[in-house]
Design a protein. Structure first.
Length: 209
């Protein structure tokens, strides 16, 4: 096998391990998850697993990087949702809420919170992976479409997401509201999964006319 082929095969195995490890962590929690279980689920040896990830902590952090990649791919950016800026922002916030209350994402968030005291770097990594990327995408859009300065755009993005997403997210994390099930549904389900009218009212009251 050529060096390029071996490198590609190694990258494919690493990614396969990450997907299997993500499921193991979600099913068993961080503490009960073992490298033996991950290796068995991935169909590889512990030696191969440790060649890619030197510890369970490093594996967990890499899983969070994968979660970030998958999440941001599903989220996209506001301009993908509508041509009219206020509606684009509304649907972007709604999509964020839809993704964050999906059952797998709720379990990931709960898992990260459980390990936050013992592994604070994982909590920071999860926050950066999910929340920071979302705030940055919305702020960049607001700055461009509404000619806002960076500080103003960042403040309005934080305010919008805080008011439209976080209350429902906290209720779901605490088990007050049920999570969405059945996988990360696409845009066609957004109007069914999320009540967009309250979000539209917040957007209308927050953004320049």
């Amino acid at each position: 096998m050529s060096p390029e082929g071996a490198q590609r095969r190694g990258a494919e195995l690493r990614r396969h391990i990450l997907f299997e490890a993500k499921e193991v962590f979600l099913e068993t929690g961080y503490e009960r998850a073992s490298m033996d279980t991950v290796a068995a689920r991935a169909g590889t040896s512990k030696r191969s697993l440790y060649a890619h990830f030197e510890s369970k902590d490093k594996l967990f952090l890499a899983v969070l990087d994968l979660v970030r990649e998958l999440y941001l791919g599903h989220l996209r950016t506001p301009e993908a949702y509508a041509a009219e800026p206020a509606e684009a922002v509304t649907r972007f916030c709604g999509r964020f809420l839809q993704l964050m209350t999906w059952d797998a994402q709720v379990r990931t968030c709960r898992l990260t919170l459980t390990e936050a005291e013992r592994l604070p770097e994982t909590a920071r990594a999860y926050y950066d992976a999910i929340f920071t990327g979302t705030y940055e995408r919305l702020a960049a859009y607001l700055g461009e479409r509404y000619a806002m300065g960076d500080a103003d755009a960042a403040a309005r993005a934080e305010d919008l997401l805080g008011r439209t997403v976080l209350p429902r997210l906290f209720r779901t994390l605490l088990g007050v509201d049920p999570p969405l099930t059945g996988g990360p549904r696409e845009d066609a389900a957004l109007d069914t999964d999320v009540d967009l009218d309250p979000i539209r009212r917040v957007v209308a009251a927050t953004l320049p006319g």
